[in-house]
Write a protein that binds this ligand. Structure first.
Ligand code: UDP
Length: 316
């Protein structure tokens, strides 16, 4: 049994990670300031003695009495509408927050996994994106608060590794979906599912030819744990689904799976919205023997069920 600290444990990915680590018999301490995380994501674990939750903003230093073995540093606003509303907080969480967690890791001789993002590749000029690609980010664009926060986070993580030999590894997470996404987080998956279930028009940004690749949460959690408990140090590894879809096709798929009568409306493409995104996961396959296993129909069906339940609850 290890003691594992998770920042952002009340978030979408963090809470699923906690479920998995508790199932694997670890003891968890979760730090979250609940700006975008929700206590309801961990309600089902609230009597579990192996989970301690602390309401804490990681931009403030923190000391933990118990010896920490591992840190999953997941905390950050991650949805475009969130980080566009709180750009300063997003930058500070990625920079000062990451520094504070690296200090904690160093103090406890803990291994730290940084949750980075495909956004560090920006609007990529290389396709698919390999870990060796340096990215194409507009430093003064609206998305820069997130992209540059994560780029800084990667840089400071590597600086601690090089300077202090802190045991670190970086996961570059591509679009992930599944139950517990917030209905109002503005991302394409909750938007399209809720619009389709309500038979309201599906809102496509741009002409819908832009692409993404969607990884189901259970597969991502599997990749994150494999990466954390591997020997890999001081490197970044892409974790995502290598199946590319246009947003148009994705909308059609969701409409079909929900038997929806929704029409489609087209809005302007937000500034700096990446045109193509697809992970090259050769490295994860070779080093971790990891690749996503859940097909999109299965993953979307589970996610649709989740949103049906959420909508039923709010209707009552
Ligand atoms: N998108 C869309 N309609 C929506 C929400 C998003 O067409 O209601 C588009 C968005 O502009 C982007 C893609 O879907 O091209 C994925 O957006 P999301 O916010 O889920 O994630 P991103 O990959 O942009 O961080």
């Amino acid at each position: 049994m290890s003691t594992i600290l998770i920042t952002g444990g009340s978030g979408f990915i963090g809470s699923h990670l906690i479920d998995r680590l508790i199932k694997d018999n670890h003891r968890i301490i979760s730090l979250d300031n609940l700006i975008t995380g929700r206590t309801s994501n961990l309600d089902h674990q609230k009597d579990n003695l192996n989970l301690k939750t602390i309401n804490h903003d990681i931009t403030e230093p923190i000391d933990i009495e118990e010896k920490i073995d591992y840190i999953f540093h997941m905390a950050s606003p991650a949805s475009p509408i969130d980080y566009l509303q709180i750009p300063k907080e997003t930058l500070l969480t990625g920079s000062i927050g990451t520094k504070n967690m690296l200090d904690l890791a160093q103090k406890h001789s803990a291994r730290l996994l940084l949750a980075s993002t495909s956004e560090i590749y920006g609007d990529p000029l290389e396709h698919p994106q390999k870990e060796t690609y340096f990215g194409n980010v507009n430093t003064i664009g609206p998305r820069s608060c997130y992209d540059e926060a994560k780029r800084f986070a990667e840089a400071i993580t590597m600086a601690y590794h090089r300077t202090h030999k802190t045991n670190v590894v970086i996961a570059r997470i591509f679009n992930t979906y599944g139950p517990r996404m917030r209905p109002n987080d503005g991302r394409v998956v909750p938007n399209f599912i809720i619009q389709s279930l309500k038979n309201e028009p599906v809102t496509i940004n741009g002409d819908g030819t832009q692409t993404r690749s969607f990884c189901y949460i259970d597969d991502l959690v599997d990749g994150l744990t494999k990466l954390m408990f591997s020997e890999i140090q001081g490197e970044a590894v892409n974790l995502g689904n290598p199946e590319e879809t246009t947003i148009n096709d994705f909308a059609e798929k969701i409409k079909t799976l929900t038997n929806s009568a929704s029409t489609t409306t087209y809005n302007d493409l937000p500034e700096n919205d990446p045109i193509r995104r697809l992970p090259d996961i050769t490295k994860a396959k070779q080093l971790l023997n990891w690749e996503p296993k859940t097909d999109i129909e299965t993953g979307l069906s589970a996610t649709i069920e989740h949103f049906k339940n959420v909508m039923n609850k709010t209707d009552k």
